[in-house]
Structures are given as structure tokens and as C-alpha cells.
Design a protein around this ligand. Structure first.
Ligand SMILES: [Zn+2]
Length: 285
């Protein structure tokens, strides 16, 4: 296949709308009580992403924290007005593994209500913070279905020290009646799953690795890929968090200045759309 040829499968482009101080890897350094006192960069960063998507004519899905939505209603309305899908990332970024059943259910219900109030339309999708659903807490899918979501994107079927469900199915599958799970894209090489759907890997590895992996999902597996990134990954000027380990520093800050040009290439090299239009087809979206 010619390198410049656009593959005909539409892939899901997703953004986890949380600020640089809300990432799980900083949870020990930054308590939730201090979030309101930290300089917020989400408005500018999501604004840049929306400009980039408008330039490319791409629509995406924004998995948004209720905490952010309450503080930046104009930003949420802009996401919806520009034709993107608003979806839920929970209220304030507790991992599903950190909460018992009742608290988790309350969190994802609250986030859905806050987002729907602003969007004035149903919120169909949910993504657990840090892909924190796996074999040990599959009850989370009961909650996600009970809260009224239609799809989840909470599994990353790889081995990773903070998350991952390496034995989970790699592609969209029904996990509860009426609830589809759409795992982040992986590529199967040497009997193992390797990350293909973004996160730190998109910044750490050369762009061509991401492109090769996503092409393989489209051309060999013949499946749409689920790809994700965070607004802070496009922001080299974000405040540095003191007291973090070398590994966390490396993962969080490496190649931040390269994300925007890489995303431009990614948007041009593949076809992209909102999650609901790709994975909820055949039913009323
Ligand atoms: Zn997150």
C-alpha cells in the first residue's frame, strides 16, 4: 500500500479531558483539595485541540471529568456545538479500583448528569480513569450499564505497571446487555499485545511505530482503532510537578513539544470519527 494512501476504515479519536494535575501518576503529590488552587490550563489546551480538529475537519469524542465540566461550561458547550461527542470520564478521576460499588456508581451517575445538563443531550460513553477496569473488578460494568451508559472504553489489553487487562478481548464486544466495551487499540506481535492506541507511547516512540500499528489494526485485523490522548500532552509549558520519580517525570514530560505536529500527521494519515458513530451504528445513536 502506498504510504500516503488513506485507509478506508474510520477510527475513533478520543481525548480524556483532565488537567495536568489530575493525572493518576501525580495522585501522591497533589491532593484533590488543592486542585482549585492550581493554575488551570485545560481551557487553552482543549481550545487548541478544537482548533486543530476544525482545521482537519475531524470530529472526536471528549471523555470529560464532571469536575472540569462544572468549572468550564463554555468549553463544554463549544465541544458540543462544534459537532463532537461529549462523553464521561467520571467526576473527579477516582479509579474504578479505588471505589466500592456504591461510590463508583454515584460518581459515574453524577458525571453523566453534570455533562448532560450542559450538553442538553444524552451522554452515551464512559471511560474509567487509568483504564481501571479489569478481571478483578468486572462488577464495574454492572455499574456502567446501570448508570445508563451505552458504551465503555475502559480496557487497555496490554501489560503495564499502572493499568492493563492483557487477556481482555482486543476489539469491541458486548460486556452487559446493551453495553459495549471498546478497548484501546493494540497490535498483536509475537503472541503479545502492544500498545497502538496512544497515551505515553504515542509521544515516547517514533511516529512511524504508531502509524504502522494503526495500519495493521485497519488492514490486517480489519477493525477500527480506538485512539486517545490528553490535552496536557500538547502543552510543553505546563507547570512542572516537584517530587515525582524519574520514571513518572520521563513518562509525563517527554516529547510534549512533538505531540501537536504528530497529531497533525495522524489526522491526515487516517480517517477519524466520534466513538458513537463508529461503534453504536445499527442502533439509534
Ligand atoms: Zn484520565
Amino acid at each position: 500500500m502506498n504510504a500516503s494512501e488513506v485507509t478506508p476504515i474510520s477510527n475513533a479519536l478520543t481525548i480524556d479531558v483532565e488537567d495536568y494535575f489530575q493525572v493518576s501518576a501525580f495522585a501522591h503529590q497533589i491532593s484533590r483539595d488543592t486542585w482549585d488552587s492550581l493554575p488551570c490550563r485545560i481551557e487553552a489546551n482543549v481550545g487548541n485541540i478544537l482548533d486543530l480538529l476544525a482545521e482537519s475537519g475531524v470530529h472526536a469524542t471528549f471523555f470529560t471529568l464532571g469536575w472540569i465540566a462544572e468549572r468550564y461550561p463554555a468549553l463544554i458547550r463549544r465541544i458540543v456545538e462544534e459537532g463532537h461527542e461529549l462523553a464521561s470520564h467520571g467526576y473527579d478521576h477516582y479509579r474504578a479500583t479505588e471505589q466500592p460499588y456504591g461510590a463508583f456508581l454515584a460518581d459515574i451517575r453524577l458525571a453523566k448528569a453534570v455533562l448532560e445538563d450542559l450538553a442538553q443531550e444524552p451522554v452515551k460513553g464512559y471511560r474509567a480513569p487509568s483504564f481501571s477496569v479489569g478481571p478483578a473488578n468486572e462488577w464495574a460494568f454492572d455499574c456502567i450499564a446501570e448508570a445508563g451508559y451505552r458504551y465503555s472504553s475502559s480496557l487497555y489489553p496490554i501489560r503495564h505497571d499502572h493499568y492493563g487487562a492483557p487477556d481482555a478481548p482486543r476489539f469491541a464486544h458486548e460486556v452487559r446487555p446493551g453495553l459495549v466495551e471498546v478497548p484501546v487499540a493494540t497490535v498483536r506481535v509475537m503472541s503479545a499485545n502492544w500498545p497502538a492506541g496512544g497515551g505515553g507511547y504515542f509521544r515516547l516512540l517514533p511516529y512511524n511505530v504508531s502509524r504502522w500499528s494503526l495500519r495493521r489494526v485497519n488492514d490486517v485485523d480489519r477493525q477500527p482503532a480506538m485512539f486517545y490522548f490528553h490535552p496536557w500532552e500538547l502543552d510543553p509549558a505546563q507547570p512542572r510537578i516537584p517530587g515525582i520519580s524519574f520514571k513518572t517525570r520521563f513518562r509525563h514530560y517527554l516529547n510534549l513539544g512533538r505531540t501537536t505536529p504528530r497529531l497533525r500527521r495522524l489526522l491526515a494519515d487516517f480517517r477519524w470519527d466520534r466513538v458513537d458513530r463508529i461503534f453504536l451504528t445499527g442502533s439509534a445513536v
